[in-house]
Ligand binder design. Structure first.
Ligand code: 3SL
Length: 231
């Protein structure tokens, strides 16, 4: 039977075989939530890049450039990393280049996969329904924080594993643990998330409303996937 696995941080990805697999990259706070929101609200395409330099080069080529480091907008770029910026009128119909501390890096580390999808709570059902009938094994890659485990990405991984458990076998204990966490957390997701280190980091930066937005489940149908360099 096909299986689903969870890689809890990109620093563990060397232990996973990506070839012929579908990788779902998730960075709930906030990179993949931004990408899903942008594409659902009229952004033409999004090019995720790993470095500020690559992002700047695309800005010079006419892209709107979004750059975040340590939760804040990097100097000299058009946008930071709030989903609300991706839903702004000025972004509709535009091409966006983006680099973030963890999310875009996780996408770049997944390039050997057969397919790369962008997951968030915002498009959870759409991703799960798309994956249900796939024959390939799946890896959910949590972007984490600078190589470390984080709560919110693991909760998404658990939610997706929960939805797919009748079609995919759990490959190891990580899907099992993520699912158990999600089933506990979903009773009061905001409360559960408030204790997470990144939610605390963002609250200090005054972006609490981004957190409430990013934990909404299945408000969009889009399934962003990497095609060449763009989503
Ligand atoms: O690390 C990332 O990719 C970002 O999503 C982090 S933040 O939410 O913008 O702080």
């Amino acid at each position: 039977m096909k299986n689903i696995d969870v890689c809890l941080t990109p620093d563990l990805l060397h232990q996973y075989e990506l070839e012929n697999k579908i990788v779902v990259v998730v960075d709930i706070l906030r990179a993949t939530s931004c990408m899903v929101s942008g594409l659902a609200n009229g952004v033409k395409e999004i090019v995720p890049v790993a470095t500020l330099e690559e992002c700047k080069a695309l800005q010079n080529d006419g892209y709107l450039a979004a750059a975040e480091r340590n939760g804040s907008k990097a100097e000299g770029f058009d946008m930071g990393n709030s989903p609300f910026e991706y839903m702004d009128e000025k972004v509709k119909g535009e091409k966006v280049a983006v680099t973030t501390t963890n999310g875009t890096l996780a996408i770049h580390k997944s390039l050997a996969a057969k397919e790369i999808l962008i997951g968030a709570f915002l498009n959870l059902d759409a991703i799960a329904n798309y994956l249900k009938n796939k024959e390939e094994d799946i890896i959910v890659l949590c972007a984490g924080w600078k190589g470390k485990f984080n709560l919110e990405d693991t909760l998404f991984a658990g939610a997706l594993c929960h939805q797919l458990k009748s079609d995919f076998e759990f490959a190891c204990d990580a899907p099992l643990a993520a699912e158990a966490m999600y089933l506990t957390a979903r009773k009061d997701m905001m409360k559960y998330m408030e204790d997470s280190s990144h939610a605390k980091r963002l609250a200090k930066l005054n972006v609490k409303k981004d957190i409430a937005y990013c934990i909404q489940e299945s408000i969009y149908d889009v399934i962003p996937y990497l095609s060449g360099k763009a989503l």
